[in-house]
Structures are given as structure tokens and as C-alpha cells.
Design a binder for this molecule. Structure first.
Ligand code: GTP
Ligand code: MG
Length: 452
């Protein structure tokens, strides 16, 4: 019995913005979780995905939303990193999205990655709203936990309100400089022509009801046609992460952005060498409100329709690459799908040089982030690959002409046990870290000391 909600696709909402402006905290507030606190260096380094069902949204939005107005099943939020080196992950998150939330710290206003995010949204033509975050840091603020922003404003002193307004108009001016006409969201009549600015706090939750209401309204009004999915369409998605799962071996955390994926489906997945042609053994769905990056209790399901985050178990996924495409093969030759996946992967390439260091990273996105950061630091790259550090990486690093380049920089990867003795006997220096800029800083310090 397919009701409307079964066949309307969940809209994908990307959360973008400058580092530390509060993207993960905002999602934590909506999910009732504390993902931000558990992050290395308090920095998001991967794309995440969380399904927020309509009843949670209407529960939080309270009086602002009448759930019977909506027939969309909810919203799938995509968290992205704000740190400057992750431009590809931001671009990918932005490209996946139907709509976006641009998070701007109300005190800091526009910063470099805010500008970058705006460029992505402009380029991809993604409608967005601005979350003017951290209103609670306004001097003299009287917090109104979880309240709609108008209620909260009524409780503020004139002085606090005018200080906040000054900051808000600064942001509206910056949006206008970027070519977008914007206003406080309650003054916006046509959200297709004007960008709505929602003042809020990810910590106290005030203004969050307003944001959810605006997002639901935007998706329902302007994208309902796009959200009607072909329930038999071959699923398409992107690998977020490759992870070992007890009892299943290597699995891929995937965002399905189109069509349907079923247990038993033949799929093609972008791999470290050739695309992987395999068959799904299990589809594991995170519970609603759980970030797929941190979920531990998955539920086995027969199928998932877009948009959803899902863990896929299948043979041979150990060579799958995070950031790579996933395609269901259905009603067409597998070769065609393999070519499609190859073509998509060819677009993502790291520039390498004759001389330089060896770089290993856990995902395509982080590999690109490493490459960007190393280019800025003027460190050349001899070879860059996704995966743990293997004996041949050490062999390659040893061939470097300059001593300072006889180095391996590993981001979020392990040294394989069979590479340990190799490393001991080689004249190669290994750097590993789970924070990119620290990894590069460690390497730069090493080079400086060497030159002294
Ligand atoms: P990246 O993922 O690294 O780009 O950062 P982010 O945008 O996800 O920022 P995150 O949510 O990790 O928050 C950064 C810091 O700002 C944390 O210390 C939060 O507690 C704090 N913060 C976020 N939102 C608010 C807010 O509304 N009010 C206050 N007072 N602090 C906030
Ligand atoms: Mg974050």
C-alpha cells in the first residue's frame, strides 16, 4: 500500500559553512546527539549523513509546523567539513544536495569558506537558507531554549536585540555583495528570489524550529516534482566511507541519492584499481536520527529508496574507495555501468610530480584535501593513493631523489603489519595523524630541522 510519502524522495539538505561556525553542533541539536565533541581536533573531516523523520521535525518546530501540510518523509542532512583543505568534500556535499543550509557565525560573518560555499551553491544552482548561528553569544543575551526566534527576541533587552540586528544586517549586506538579495526569513515572501536568514543558536536551540520550518516549506513547495522518484529506478549513490563490520567484512557507508537499492542487487563500485562488480549481501540501515559515521546498531532491510544513508555489505568491498560512485546494475549491460563509474572517477585526480613525498589517505575526499593542503605548503607529491600503508609505498618513497622527500604522509590510515619490518630497514620517515594540518605541520618541522 504505497501512500504518497512512500514514493516521494527524502530531500537532501547539505550543511555548509566556515570551520567552527557550528554545522555539526546544529545537527547535534536536531538529532539530540554530541557528535561534534567526539571529533579529532574538533574538526569534521568526512561527509556524514543523518535521516531526520518528519515527526521529529514537526516535534521540534512545535507551533510553527502543521505536519499534515507535508507529505515528504523527512530530511536527509549531509554534514560537511569547514576546514579549508576539504574543498572537494564541500563541493561533493553541495552537489549531492537539493537544498542547503549555509551556517554563518553571527559574530564572525562571512569567512573564506563561507565565500567558497556560496560559490558552490551558485555554481550548482542549489537553493539555500542562511543559519545565522550563535545568537546566544550576543552580550546580555537571555536564552530561551528551543523557542522560535520571535519568542526569543521578545525576551531580549533592547540593547541585546540591537547588537544582534547589527550583526544580522552585516550578514545580509555580505550576501548582497555576493549577489544574493537576502532578508530576515520572516520578511521573505518568495524564497526562490530572496535568501532567508534565520537567526538561531545550535547550543540553546532557539531559532532551530524556524530553520526546520523554512527547510520543510522550501522542499515541499519548490521541489515536490523533483522528489517524486521512480520506485523501480536503479539506485545511484556515493561511498562515504569503507569500514570493516563484524560478521560482514568490508562494507561501504553510502548515500543513495537516486532510485532504489535492493538486497541481492548487482552493483558496480569505484575501487582503488578497477571498478568492483559485486552483489549485495546485506543492506544495513542506521536508525533515524543517527549519524551514519557513528552508528553502531544497523537494521537489516530489503531495500532503501533515495535519499538515504545505508551501509552495504558485499564481497570484494575492501578495495572500494570512499568518495567513489555506487551504481545498481539493472536492465542494462554491466560494461556500460563500469564505464560510467570509470568516467566519474577519472574526474577526481591528484596532480603528482617527478619528485616528492608519498601520500596515503582513507578516502578520495581526504586524499584530495591532503593534495590541496600540500600544494599550499609547496610540498610536491610523488604518489597519492587511498588505502593503508603497504610495503610498496615504502619502496616507492625510498626512490625519492631528495632526502626530505623520502617520507610517507598517512592521513587516517594504518601501517599494514607486513610493512613494519620494511619500514624499519628503509631510510623512509613515516608521518601519520588524523588531523590534516597537524600532519603537514609535523612534516614541515621535520624538513626544517633536517635543513638546519
Ligand atoms: P567543522 O566541522 O570543523 O567545519 O566545524 P563546525 O562548523 O561543525 O563547528 P562545530 O559544530 O564543531 O562547533 C564549533 C564550536 O562552536 C564548538 O565549540 C561548539 O560548541 C561551538 N558552537 C557551535 N554553535 C554554537 C552556538 O550556537 N552557540 C555557542 N555559544 N557556541 C556554539
Ligand atoms: Mg563539523
Amino acid at each position: 500500500d504505497h501512500t504518497n510519502a512512500d514514493t516521494l524522495r527524502t530531500p537532501i539538505v547539505a550543511v555548509l559553512g566556515h570551520v567552527d561556525h557550528g554545522k555539526t553542533s546544529l545537527l547535534d541539536k536536531i538529532r539530540g546527539s554530541a557528535v561534534s565533541e567526539g571529533e579529532a581536533g574538533a574538526i569534521t573531516q568526512h561527509i556524514g549523513a543523518t535521516d531526520i523523520p518528519l515527526d521529529t521535525i514537526s516535534g521540534m518546530a512545535g507551533e510553527l509546523i502543521d505536519p499534515t501540510d507535508f507529505d515528504l518523509p523527512g530530511l536527509l542532512f549531509i554534514d560537511t567539513p569547514g576546514h579549508h583543505s576539504f574543498s572537494t568534500l564541500r563541493a561533493r556535499g553541495g552537489a549531492l544536495a537539493d537544498i542547503a543550509v549555509l551556517v554563518v557565525d553571527v559574530n564572525d560573518g562571512f569567512q573564506p569558506q563561507t565565500e567558497e560555499a556560496i560559490d558552490i551553491l551558485r555554481r550548482t544552482g542549489t537553493p539555500f537558507v542562511v543559519a545565522a548561528n550563535k545568537v546566544d553569544t550576543t552580550p546580555g543575551w537571555n536564552p530561551q531554549a528551543g523557542q522560535p526566534i520571535q519568542r526569543s527576541l521578545e525576551a531580549q533587552s533592547e540593547r541585546a536585540e540591537s547588537m544582534l540586528n547589527e550583526n544580522l544586517y552585516e550578514i545580509i549586506g555580505q550576501l548582497s555583495d555576493a549577489g544574493f538579495s537576502a532578508d530576515l526569513y520572516w520578511r521573505v515572501q518568495d524564497f526562490q528570489k530572496n535568501i532567508g536568514v534565520v537567526p538561531l543558536s545550535a547550543i540553546t536551540g532557539e531559532g532551530v524550529p524556524d530553520l526546520l520550518t523554512v527547510l520543510m516549506g522550501l522542499s515541499q513547495r519548490f521541489m515536490k516534482e523533483e522528489m517524486a522518484i521512480d520506485v523501480f529506478g536503479a539506485g545511484e549513490g556515493t561511498v562515504l566511507e569503507v569500514k570493516d563490520e563484524r560478521g560482514f567484512g568490508a562494507t561501504i557507508d553510502t548515500v543513495v541519492y537516486d532510485g532504489v537499492v535492493r538486497n541481492g542487487d548487482r552493483i558496480v563500485v569505484g575501487g582503488q584499481e578497477d571498478p568492483i562488480d559485486t552483489e549485495i549481501r546485506a543492506l544495513l540501515q542506521p536508525r533515524p536520527l543517527e549519524e551514519i559515521r557513528t552508528e553502531k546498531q544497523f537494521e537489516k532491510v530489503a531495500e532503501v529508496g533515495a535519499a538515504a544513508g545505508v551501509k552495504i555489505a558485499a564481497p570484494d568491498l575492501d578495495r572500494a574507495m570512499a568518495g567513489a560512485p555506487v551504481r545498481v546494475v539493472r536492465d542494462r549491460p554491466v560494461e556500460e555501468v563500469v564505464e560510467e563509474v570509470k568516467a566519474e572517477l577519472a574526474e577526481i585526480e591528484v596532480e603528482t610530480a617527478e619528485n616528492g613525498v608519498v601520500v596515503k589517505a582513507d578516502t578520495l575526499g581526504s586524499l584530495e584535501a591532503m593534495a590541496n593542503a600540500l600544494r599550499e605548503a609547496e610540498v610536491p607529491i610523488l604518489r597519492a593513493e587511498v588505502g593503508d600503508i603497504a610495503p610498496r609505498d615504502i619502496a616507492v618513497a625510498e626512490t625519492a631523489n631528495q632526502d626530505e622527500h623520502k617520507a610517507i604522509l598517512g592521513f587516517n590510515v594504518d601501517l599494514l603489519t607486513n610493512a613494519e619490518t620494511e619500514l624499519e630497514n628503509a631510510d623512509v620517515k613515516l608521518f601519520t595523524n588524523d588531523v590534516i594540518y597537524q600532519l603537514i605541520e609535523d612534516y614541515e618541522t621535520y624538513v626544517e630541522e633536517k635543513q638546519r
